[in-house]
Design a protein. Structure first.
Length: 155
């Protein structure tokens, strides 16, 4: 099976412009607040921030987000592969052929695309009324009305 690994992105590198924008953020916020109530402008103070703490927090958030996304993709690959190997051998062969054809042509070899191909063979399509009981009930009501109209016309 061909698949594409999720690339590992480098650690967050902030430019000098981004750092200066972070440093100036409290001043911009205070200026915006001072413009709203002009009578109380003297009471609004500029809060000081620890720039290193903000930068570290952003880098941690990026690393945590990257870790979460990699874990999610690995989880989806495992689920799709488990579903693939649980299928009968004939179905596995069909899925493998379809997957090879799709990845050779135009589909990226990602977990979502693999799940899509696997579900085409393992989970047959169901009409909406089988998935949602409200739709089924509404359809039954419509069918009953149609049958009643036919009965009234016949009598």
């Amino acid at each position: 099976m061909i698949f594409k690994r999720r690339p590992k992105y480098p650690e967050l590198q902030l430019t000098q412009r981004q750092i200066s924008a972070m440093a100036a953020a409290p001043k911009r916020k205070a200026k915006k607040l001072q413009a709203k109530p002009p009578l109380l402008a003297e009471l609004i103070e500029v809060e000081e921030i620890d720039l290193d703490a903000v930068i570290d927090k952003r880098k941690d958030m990026v690393a945590q987000s990257e870790r979460y996304m990699r874990d999610q993709q690995a989880k989806f690959w495992r689920e799709a592969r488990a579903e693939f190997f649980a299928a009968p051998l004939e179905t596995q062969l069909k899925i493998a052929i379809h997957w090879c054809y799709m990845t050779q042509r135009h589909m990226p070899a990602t977990n979502g695309c693999f799940i899509y191909v696997v579900h085409q063979y393992t989970k047959p399509w169901r009409p909406a009324d089988q998935r949602n009981p409200k739709v089924a009930a509404r359809q039954a009501w419509i069918d009953a009305l149609k049958q009643a109209k036919r009965y009234c016309k016949a009598v």
